[in-house]
Design a protein around this ligand. Structure first.
Ligand code: HEM
Ligand SMILES: *[C@@H]1O[C@H](CO)[C@@H](O)[C@H](O)[C@H]1NC(C)=O
Length: 368
């Protein structure tokens, strides 16, 4: 039986804030101080697009005004403008954060000691991992996972548990959208497990019918290798390095035979956000001899697992460089993960220029 290490929240918290300041400085992000009660933005209806997620695909090869005009029209139709719920401020979202975090804490022993951190992070990722940069379609904006065929996508098996976990919080705060609730749940999962602070912005809007539901097949297949991973994450708009940084979230949670067919946690601390995934991956692994799909077990303890897609990060000559970097330097992993995860959660959402990010306090920080 795997030992579950205790979370060291205070040490993580101070490191996380310095990482965050570095990120904010580098990217020029405006952040709310945690006690800043400035009201959040309200969408003004202006056409300014503040981030790089609007579909600015000026493809030089598609020349011709007709095609450009057509392309422009298609693009405009696909823009999803973020609209913060009327009158809602930082404190309102911190309250929702706290309710999610308290429920996570109450269920700390769930899932054989993994808790709910991984479940919530996976929900936020699958809600966002339907994005296609070229079309600017899919992504977290509409909270479309309740609709078919996304709801019944095999890749999303088990995520109804995560959606149900958050549903009572959605009922208590009916002004929040599913996209905001599910992505905020991921922020809670990372932060409460001792990970970095994840700057987050509200404004996703519930889809009310199936018209915006993306086709299945945009999420990665765990039985495949490096070229598949590069293809899938390339379509989201991620570099190889960002891809490896994101998959480091496999430090959290575990695989469930009744969901994906795969079995087990990636390492000894599935309730802690750290760089253990890379450290484990660089150890010795062999194919597990069992009745399930092909997966790997660590030679030393046989208690941990890797998916074929995880092993691909070690086998690929480019991916493995990032794996080694993050195994050697957790601060670097935290900084790179934060940037890539913020981008993942906001893919397909367009924010008015200058929209500020919220940085939420953990429960521990509020108690100390
Ligand atoms: C090549 C890319 C990826 C593949 C093939 C993959 C595949 C999987 C599979 C098969 C599971 C097991 C699901 C279950 O049985 O419950 C899983 C779990 C998980 N994945 Fe990934 N994943 C990938 C990337 C990511 C990324 C980018 C993130 C987050 C940023 C992520 C976060 C998680 C988490 C936290 C869990 C644990 C869920 C739980 O504890 O219930 N994964 N993944
Ligand atoms: C979004 O939909 C959920 C149910 O899926 C509901 O609880 C919530 O109130 C809706 N939010 C808004 C802002 O309409």
């Amino acid at each position: 039986m795997a030992t579950i290490a205790l979370r060291q929240t205070s040490a993580h918290a101070s490191r996380a804030s310095s990482v965050l300041l570095g990120l904010a400085g580098a990217a020029g992000l405006a952040l709310y101080a945690a006690n800043d009660n400035q009201s959040s933005y309200k969408y003004s209806g202006s056409s300014s697009n503040g981030n790089n997620n609007n579909n600015n695909n000026n493809n030089k090869n598609n020349g011709g005004n007709y095609i450009k005009a057509l392309f422009g029209a298609t693009t405009a139709a696909n823009i999803n403008n973020a609209m913060c719920p009327e009158g809602k401020k930082y404190a309102d979202f911190q309250e929702v954060y706290n309710d999610i975090a308290k429920k996570v804490r109450d269920e700390d022993d769930a899932d054989r000691g993994a808790g709910r951190y991984g479940l919530l992070v996976r929900l936020s990722w699958h809600a966002s991992g339907t994005y296609n940069k070229k079309e600017n379609s899919g992504g977290s904006y509409g909270g479309t996972m309740i609709y078919s065929p996304e709801s019944t996508d095999g890749a999303n098996a088990g995520l109804e548990v995560g959606r149900d976990f958050l549903a009572e919080i959605g009922v208590k705060y009916p002004w929040i959208s599913r996209g905001d609730l599910w992505t905020l749940g991921g922020v809670v999962g990372v932060q409460e497990a001792g990970g970095p602070k994840i700057p987050w912005r509200p404004g996703r809007v519930n889809a009310t019918d199936e018209s915006k539901v993306p086709a299945n097949g945009r999420l990665p297949d765990a039985s495949q290798g490096a070229s598949h991973i590069r293809d899938v994450f390339g379509k989201y708009g991620f570099t190889d390095e960002e891809t490896v940084a994101l998959i480091g979230a496999h430090c959290l949670g575990r695989c469930h035979t009744w969901r994906s067919g795969f079995d087990g946690p990636w390492g000894p601390s599935p309730n802690m956000f750290n760089n253990a995934y890379y450290v484990e991956l660089l150890k010795e692994w062999r194919v597990r001899d069992w009745n399930g799909p092909k997966q790997y077990e660590d030679v030393e303890t046989k208690e941990y697992m890797m998916l074929p897609s995880d092993m691909a990060l070690k086998e690929d000559s480019v991916f493995v460089k990032s794996v080694k970097k993050y195994a050697a330097n957790q601060d670097l992993f935290f900084a790179d993960f934060t940037k890539a995860y913020v981008k993942l959660l906001e893919n397909g959402c367009t924010y008015p220029r200058g929209t500020k990010y919220f940085e939420f306090k953990t429960l521990d920080e509020q108690e100390n």
